[in-house]
Design a protein around this ligand. Sequence first.
Ligand SMILES: Cc1cc2nc3c(=O)[nH]c(=O)nc-3n(C[C@H](O)[C@H](O)[C@H](O)COP(=O)(O)OP(=O)(O)OC[C@H]3O[C@@H](n4cnc5c(N)ncnc54)[C@H](O)[C@@H]3O)c2cc1C
Length: 393
Amino acid sequence: MDLEIDARYDAFRKEVQGFLAEHRPAGPGGGKEERVAWLTKLIEHGYWARTIPEAYGGFGAEPDLLETVIMDEEFNKVGVPRGMMAQGPSMLVPTLLAHGTEEQKQRYIAPTMRSEIMWCQGYSEPGSGSDLASLQTAAREDGDDFLINGQKIWTSSADISQMCFILVRTEPDAKKHDGISYVLLPMDTPGIEVQSLRTMSGSIGENSFNQVFFTDVRVPRSNVVGQRGEGWKIANTTLKHERSALNANAEGTWIRLARLMEKETVGGVSLMKSPVYRDRLMRLQARALSMKHHGMRMLTANLKGESPGVAGLIVKLQNCQLNFDMAALAIDVMGELGALYDHTKYERGHGYWQAHSIFSLGLIIGGGTAQIQKNIIAERGLGMPREPKPAKA
Ligand SMILES: Cc1cc2nc3c(=O)[nH]c(=O)nc-3n(C[C@H](O)[C@H](O)[C@H](O)COP(=O)(O)OP(=O)(O)OC[C@H]3O[C@@H](n4cnc5c(N)ncnc54)[C@H](O)[C@@H]3O)c2cc1C
């Protein structure tokens, strides 16, 4: 990897800074219309959907490691997200680019990147979480359609999503990994019932966990991504992107944490002056920077068309724990106010860190638990013996 910055990149950095100076006050906004307008503007300037082909609504640039680093650095400096972390853009779009039909790419990629379509992920079921391939939600052929019956659970944002990428069993007699298909399902199809679940943080309702029930839900067979019965392969492409998306922005979170520490005081003295707290902050900085450079290592491998191998497998395990540890320090830094939840008037930053703490704790489980990640690293990454299967009765 060559990290030398030549004049072209200096000019690019100035261009990004100029964009942010002009547009930052508009920010990403809260409502849907503002969000769509902001993402559309980012795409026009090439700061979001940068390497997605123009034919699918992207900016159409060639992948470039240093441009990516510069954009991330400049957006982090001003605390504006460079795009949107959601299941559609970070998981479904790369899956469609790799395996979708031309019609699926044309239809879904652009509105997903602009956040006009929100997606949820219908993978987990009450009896199938870590052992995802044992899923039972069935899709039976009926003319040109499938009829879906079954139940999903822990479906984040199902209550606000227009579409779901769902795993269903289309070949009940095949081996468990072979009989699965990956289907694109509109959430307003008759027969879908979404029930929100209360979580340990007390939240229920919008943008939360759900269980979803399917009764004779009709979906055209043309909505299958890849080949019928090959959904396990497609699902793993999505999971790979889900896990590597979690590398996104440890440095940005760390910068926010450092700013909080500057501001918070004990006896009138900034916590940044406390050697104990500063030591914790520096340790986290080392981890955040190592994840940033790890990200560059993976991007370099991707640009060369090489597999990042075991390097790709450690991202989720390391980064989710790092995010949780950063939130834990922020909460300590706020002292007794750190324990507040539920939007009281004493909360700092509208409860950002409290929410980040619970959210990042959840991500240690979501997308494959830390224990499952360790199994994957050991078996697929380090070539250690596979864990023994439980004896059959
Ligand atoms: C924040 C969050 C968001 C989520 N969003 C979604 C979503 O949008 N869509 C979706 O489909 N799912 C979602 N999930 C569900 C998530 O994928 C599952 O919770 C996860 O895969 C674990 O499955 P499980 O809950 O059934 O636990 P189980 O599989 O029952 O595991 C229970 C415990 O046993 C351990 N364990 C299981 N098997 C092994 C093994 N072989 N070796 C060692 N330890 C093992 C696990 O690590 C865990 O600690 C989300 C979960 C969270 C927390």
